[in-house]
Design a protein around this ligand. Structure first.
Ligand SMILES: O=P(O)(O)OC[C@H]1O[C@H](O)[C@H](O)[C@@H](O)[C@@H]1O
Length: 541
């Protein structure tokens, strides 16, 4: 692989590939040649520093790196998460074709289907009012209590699918900071509120603490016997849930072969299903399944996740770009960048290869972003003129859901397209100076000011265009990014499916709690930690 990476570096230097502006000038068909579609989803990667030779080398890299072999291992239930001895089968959760998927010789599909139907019955019951609170009132508000993968997916998707949200209001409490649960409960009526405790392990301290606060809220307002009417739970640890006192017909299971950050398709999606209804949730799964089939069958040059992963790897390990910006021109994708941060950075933020050796080159980039046009008025300055090159990933729907605000959607589209054009084309010194002198500025002053108005251009971006953000389109988009992370992870030669990097801080927090409570001395901790503890304890009321 290292030899191909060297070949890629030479190909870039030889062809001056990073001069994207020149590549467009030389080739009127560049868009045709470097864009691909899957149904109504178009991926335009012509504004990245690729050419045919580079793409061929990247395809070769995928072959040598064993992407196709690993892909089949994933889909067929091999324990590719080898550090935890687990299969990686989020694709089975949306396997709408229902073909058997075997884990240790047993087909998981009957269990998957049984949970989806139980969720549907429960969601319909809450939505219709057949299932009510302890005092007989209809549920108007659902609070999901979970964190990480047990929060980000449901919160992101519920916001994204607001036009389909015809169930009870949805709220999401994640942070152990009591402000989060307190600010949420302040607005709610215990009699009409349902809590969903979502935790794969059912041990996460934030979730268990917030769940206890929610339980106390119900017990205090409605009495202990009301708890059973106001709680449901989602977990792989069914014994622990039962101990919390939740009735078995309100417990929805999933399996250790579903990673937290890949769990929106499982019962973790229950708040989304209650919000948009089982039918729309089914379409969301359909969209992801369609992307799974595309990823598994399309040839590399037409395969969107493969292309996105190969270009992502190229940006990181050939061109050395340290981050990427996710810029949805779709306000309802507000939390999509945060969702992708967990998906991408928790999966590919690793420093050790599958052989236990240090990663050669780089692993996953920093992922960040905000919806446009908001970001334009905040951090785009740096993307256009800063000293780091930050590949941008734009996404825009052809149609919004507000026909009476057609003009606003046109403005949104125009802004999205303008940004990628500006990033690619830039503005030369001569153009900047011309603009100034044509407005009457004298030559000397124009020479002085123009450098500040130069845009280097040649800044890469990928743009996704889709018809509109339906449940199907959202499912497809998330699955696209899941598989991109997979492709990159295989090429980085890491295990994308564990997350040991989050453990150490958790362990230390457990040890520090009695210190912060003043029950134990801070001795043995470093002097900074001791100093901070002392300062905080001195300020504690
Ligand atoms: O669902 P849970 O078991 O409560 O886990 C919630 C989250 O916490 C962990 O620390 C992991 O980093 C995440 O991958 C996970 O999604």
């Amino acid at each position: 692989m290292q030899a191909i990476i060297q070949d890629l570096k030479s190909a870039v230097a030889k062809s001056n590939a990073t001069n994207i502006r020149a590549a467009f000038a030389a080739d009127p068909d560049r868009f045709e040649r470097f864009s691909a579609s899957f149904d109504d989803l178009l991926m335009d990667y012509s504004k990245t520093a690729v050419n045919d030779e580079i793409l061929l080398l990247l395809e070769r890299l995928a072959e040598v790196g064993g992407v196709v072999k690993k892909r089949e291992e994933m889909f067929s239930g091999s324990p590719i998460n080898f550090t935890e001895g687990r299969a990686v089968l989020h694709t089975a959760l949306r396997n709408r074709s229902n073909t058997p998927v075997l884990v240790d010789g047993t087909d998981v599909m009957p269990d998957v289907n049984a949970v989806i139907s139980a969720m549907g019955v429960f969601a319909d019951g809450i939505r219709s009012g057949a299932l009510r609170g302890a005092t007989g009132k209809q549920i108007t508000d659902v609070v999901n209590i979970g964190i990480g993968g047990s929060d980000l997916g449901p919160v992101m998707a519920t916001l994204a699918l607001a036009p389909y949200h015809d169930g009870p209001r949805a709220h999401f409490v994640s942070n152990v900071d009591g402000a989060h649960v307190a600010d949420t409960l302040r607005l709610l009526d215990a009699e009409t509120t349902l809590f969903i405790i979502a935790s794969k392990t059912f041990t996460t301290i934030e979730t268990m603490t917030n769940a206890a606060s929610a339980r106390a809220f119900i017990a205090e307002k409605l009495g202990e016997t009301a708890v059973r009417h106001h709680f449901a739970a989602v977990s792989t640890a069914l014994d622990k849930v039962a101990a919390f006192g939740i009735e078995s017909d309100r417990i929805f299971g999933f399996w250790d072969w579903v990673g937290g950050r890949y769990s929106i398709w499982s019962a973790i999606g229950l708040p989304l299903m209650i919000a948009i209804g089982p039918e729309n949730f089914g379409k969301f799964l359909d969209g992801a399944h369609a992307m799974d089939r595309h990823f598994r069958t399309a040839p590399a040059r037409q395969n969107l996740p493969m292309l996105l992963g190969l270009i992502g790897f190229y940006h990181r390990n050939v061109l050395g770009y340290p981050s990427r910006a996710i810029l949805p021109y779709d306000q309802r994708l507000l939390r999509f960048p945060a969702y992708l941060q967990q998906l991408d950075m928790e999966s590919n933020g690793k420093g050790v290869t599958v052989d236990g050796k240090p990663v050669e080159g780089n692993s996953g980039p920093v992922v960040w972003g905000e919806p446009g046009t908001n970001g334009q008025h905040a951090f785009y300055q740096l993307i256009h003129q800063g000293t780091s090159i930050i590949p941008a990933e734009f996404m825009i729907a052809a149609n919004g859901f507000e026909p009476h605000l057609r003009h606003q959607h046109e403005l949104l589209i125009a802004n999205c397209l303008a940004q990628s054009e500006a990033l690619m084309k830039g503005r030369t010194f001569a153009e900047a100076k011309d603009q100034l002198t044509s407005k009457g500025m004298d030559e000397k002053q124009a020479d002085f000011i123009a450098p500040h108005r130069v845009f280097t251009g040649n800044r890469p971006s990928i743009t996704f265009v889709y018809d509109r953000l339906t449940p199907f389109a959202l499912g497809r988009l998330i699955a696209l990014y899941e598989h991109r992370v997979f492709v990159e992870g295989v090429l980085f030669r890491i295990n994308s499916f564990d997350q040991w990097g989050v453990e150490l801080g958790k362990e230390l927090a457990t040890g520090l709690l009695p210190v912060v409570q003043g029950k134990k001395s801070a001795e043995g901790h470093d002097s900074s930690t001791q100093g901070l503890v002392a300062a905080l304890l001195a300020e504690r009321a």
